[in-house]
Design a protein around this ligand. Structure first.
Ligand code: ZN
Length: 258
């Protein structure tokens, strides 16, 4: 099949080798392994060094759930030391929906400071940014634009349509996860966004509902095939045509050569 999972937390998988094997069996040829903090970055670099199939592309950064300026500085040093292994900056962003952040202005400020540091790194290193924007879609978009980042994906986009229109007009991308099967917000976004600006992913190991069986399942990289199928259905496209275009997008966006 030759499909790419553009957003996976490989460092958080309990059965990494089994899951990578399943991915290869399902036709997954590449996985973008995003990180959430310093240890996560180190682990993903190690996974990239030690596994050949599928090809692993590393995103490094500090997730808003872990936002801490000191950790961010250490992570930036690691990024510069491992420039050759770096494909993207991420997963970074803002999320004000966490219980301990919602009413805490200091924590929001810390998220903002950390987010900017990594956006500046993405801009200066000319690599794409993978952005988590839940509950802060407008501010995330404005910050990315303000810092002058050329390439960014608003991953698993489920925000308002006006912000979607603005970010598409700036040339940014959005992505869909297996939640596309049932999330009204994700479906609305994917219906509206042109395929040329769309990526598909799993965000594994997130738990999703399987609308067919009504049961939950824990995603692994092979489930990007589910995202593809739901996406093609939603857009009224042949699966192979959707795949061809989505793969081209992933390669162009992340600068993947082969
Ligand atoms: Zn993620």
């Amino acid at each position: 099949m030759n499909i790419i999972d553009t957003h996976a937390h490989l460092d958080q998988l309990d059965h990494l080798d089994e899951d990578l094997h399943n991915a290869v069996q399902a036709g997954v040829v590449g996985v973008v392994a995003v990180s959430i903090g310093l240890d996560s970055c180190r682990r993903n670099l190690e996974i990239r060094r030690t596994r050949q199939h599928p090809l692993i592309y590393v995103g490094m950064g500090v997730h808003p759930s872990e936002a801490d300026k000191e950790e961010a500085q250490e992570c930036l040093s690691l990024i510069h030391e491992n420039r050759d292994a770096l494909t993207a900056i991420g997963e970074i962003g803002l999320d004000f929906w966490y219980k301990n952040v919602r009413k805490n202005e200091e924590k929001k400020q810390e998220q903002r400071r950390v987010f900017r540091l990594f956006l500046e790194a993405a801009r200066d290193l000319s690599v794409p940014a993978v952005v988590h924007s839940r509950g802060a879609w407008q501010e995330c978009f404005e910050t990315v634009k303000d810092v002058g980042v050329k390439k960014a994906v608003f991953h698993w986009y489920s925000g308002p349509v006006d912000v979607l229109d603005d970010l598409l007009a700036e040339g940014y991308y959005v992505s869909a996860s297996p939640s596309l099967a049932y999330s009204p917000q994700s479906r609305a976004a994917m219906e509206r966004a042109p395929i040329e600006r769309t990526l598909i992913e799993t965000d594994c190991p997130v738990y999703y509902k399987d609308p067919q069986t009504g049961e939950g399942f824990q995603a692994q990289p092979r489930d990007v095939v589910r995202t593809l199928k739901i996406y093609a259905q939603l857009k009224g496209l042949e699966e192979k045509d959707a795949l061809e275009r989505l793969n081209r997008n992933a390669k162009e966006f992340f600068g993947i050569k082969d």
